[in-house]
Ligand binder design. Structure first.
Ligand SMILES: [Zn+2]
Length: 302
């Protein structure tokens, strides 16, 4: 329903194995450096979900983050503004970053359900609805792992943000943990006509199929690279190519072989490589599809 037909057509018609830098469609090139000059696959990558403010807070320097992005050919990132400070920071970053393309979201993390920041977020969505760098409402959703006692408040805030997303013409990036049934029920009721992304998907294949039935995109983070993540890996193998996305959710949960380190957007390459092997897919095919799906969901056109 929300497939970017043009991107999928490009996947079909390109001979992916013979891609050189010249074969990469111009509109998908990152703004600054030429694809192929640092990375053997030559495919520009995107981190579809990260918290760069927290990466920096945890001690990584901007130079180090930038170097890692360049080494891994990551030219575009989506910065998540899921509380008051983060959304202000994300908007500033999106409008001032020079070496990379940065887009941002506005949302309300379910862990913050009971705080007054939700009003601020709803107003911020209104206020920025004509900003083309503001690309989705999120992350929003339900988290019963940490905050089951706030379930009712979480549901109320979640629904308010879904409705705000519809008014502003944006898709929704969903956080869900130990709350599959309620998340699915609310999405089915409230979000049929809105592009949906399940961020940092950690569920089972069956749960994934529920979300796919709503036309959702499914985004995999470094968790899928962990040895014990077998049921998640089973879902990742079954995820249709035209629905798959990849993210770091940095600074959390760095992928193997960087596990235990502070995660950063450049590490999205490791998760992508892992997924390609897991799915017995050409890494270029997967990278190109994930890039196209991310742009389609966020409606990024450059
Ligand atoms: Zn996140």
């Amino acid at each position: 329903m929300y497939i970017n037909a043009r991107v999928m057509e490009l996947v079909d018609i390109q001979d992916l194995k013979s891609w050189g830098s010249n074969a990469v469609p111009v509109q998908l090139r990152p703004r600054v450096h030429a694809p192929g000059d640092r990375d053997v696959t030559g495919i520009p990558l995107i981190d579809s979900h990260c918290h760069l403010d927290m990466v920096i807070e945890r001690g990584l320097g901007v130079e180090e983050i930038t170097r890692c992005l360049e080494e891994n050919n990551v030219g575009t990132i989506v910065e998540i503004g899921a509380d008051k400070q983060a959304m202000l920071w994300a908007r500033t970053l999106a409008h001032t970053a020079k070496r990379f393309d940065v887009y941002y979201t506005i949302g309300h993390h379910p862990g913050e359900a009971a705080t007054e920041d939700s009003e601020f977020g709803l107003n911020f969505i209104e206020e920025n609805s004509s900003d083309s760098r503001f690309v989705a409402v999120g992350e929003i959703g339900l988290d019963y792992y940490y905050h089951a006692e706030q379930a009712e408040a979480q549901k109320k805030v979640f629904i308010e943000f879904v409705r705000a997303a519809r008014r502003s013409g944006r898709g929704i990036a969903i956080h869900t943990r130990d709350a599959h049934a309620d998340t699915f029920a609310i999405l089915r009721e409230e979000a049929k006509d809105i592009p949906i992304l399940i961020h940092c998907f950690t569920g089972t294949k069956t749960e994934m199929e529920d979300f796919l039935s709503l036309g959702a995109y499914i985004s995999f983070s470094g968790i899928v690279t962990f040895k014990n993540a077998t049921s998640l890996q089973e879902a990742a193998i079954a995820c249709p190519l035209e629905r798959i996305m990849v993210e770091t959710d940095a600074p959390f949960l760095a992928p193997v072989p960087q596990r235990g380190k502070i995660n950063q957007p450049g590490y999205v390459k490791h998760t992508l490589d892992f997924l390609a092997t897991l799915r017995s897919e050409n890494v270029a095919t997967l990278a190109f599809a994930a890039f196209g799906n991310t742009k389609a969901f966020y409606r990024i056109n450059n």
